[in-house]
Design a binder for this molecule. Structure first.
Ligand code: SAH
Length: 246
């Protein structure tokens, strides 16, 4: 049985005492039925992962005694997801899965055909933190509030290549679009449920850092397309490869 992992905000060091928020305290007591003396793992995205023991646990309050460090801090590959704003449950699901797939940053974007334009960034960040706890990541992706795609692209660092899902063009298969590229940062962009407009795709095609790519002969839902592209990037250029070699 793997230990419960909790993402916390505070600094972590041997011998420190940490007070958990109400939600995490209730989770330990009421949901996971843990008690004083039980071990958990904690991480904050900066100081690695630490073993801790539950020191006190009473209604809605818990303290942890931090023991030894179990893993040094690592960071995720520099891989971003430009996530089209989708309906709430679908976007939440996409953020959870993108976190499992190791996205370092998730930028919500609106496009010409976006049917939904607002998100709850705090809730999405909490979902990303829970996914990081579950998948044994040591960092939590930043989840940005939605911005128009054009705004995000206007401030784009051209060193970061952007794979754009193009379902009806004659773009190369995604593996070919990535093969032969120099190492460096990447990002993934797919359209919302209604896809990109022809004008948007033409604009994207002209940007030197964009790599329009096909994800096969079937029309995927936006969330499937985004997560598939992240998986391909991790397999061909990201940390699935490092992990395999390690
Ligand atoms: N309603 C649109 C489909 C949109 S699918 C239509 O019928 O044309 C949502 C997004 O997923 C698309 O904008 C595209 O970026 C991505 N996508 C879906 N299937 C894809 C495929 N086979 N190849 C590349 N991108 C795909």
């Amino acid at each position: 049985m793997s230990l419960i992992r909790l993402h916390v905000a505070d600094a972590l060091a041997q011998g420190a005492t940490l007070t958990l928020g109400e939600a995490q305290a209730r989770y330990l007591a009421a949901v996971m039925r843990r008690s004083v003396g039980d071990a958990v793992l904690v991480f904050n995205g900066r100081d690695g992962e630490w073993q801790a023991a539950i020191a006190t646990l009473a209604k809605g309050r818990a303290t942890l005694a931090i023991g030894h460090r179990t893993r040094a801090q690592t960071s995720s590959p520099d891989l971003w997801l430009l996530a089209p704003v989708l309906k709430r449950e679908t976007l939440e699901w996409m953020v959870e899965k993108a976190t499992e797939l190791g996205a370092a940053r998730i930028l919500a974007v609106t496009t010409e055909r976006s049917a939904v334009t607002r998100t709850n960034p705090e809730r999405l960040t909490a979902i990303a933190a829970e996914a990081a706890e579950q998948c044994e990541r040591l960092d939590v992706p930043v989840v940005d509030a939605p911005q128009p795609l054009a705004t995000v692209l206007a401030g784009w660092n051209p060193d970061r290549r952007l794979v754009v899902g193009d379902e009806r063009g004659r773009s190369p298969p995604i593996a070919d679009a990535i093969a032969g590229e120099a190492p460096g940062p990447w990002a993934v962009l797919v359209g919302p449920e209604g896809g990109f407009t022809a004008r948007e795709l033409d604009g994207l095609r002209k940007l030197p850092f964009c790599r329009l790519a096909s994800l096969g002969p079937r029309i995927l839902r936006a969330e499937t397309a985004a997560l598939s592209a992240l998986a391909v990037l991790q397999a061909l250029a990201g940390d699935w490869r490092d992990h395999h070699l390690a």
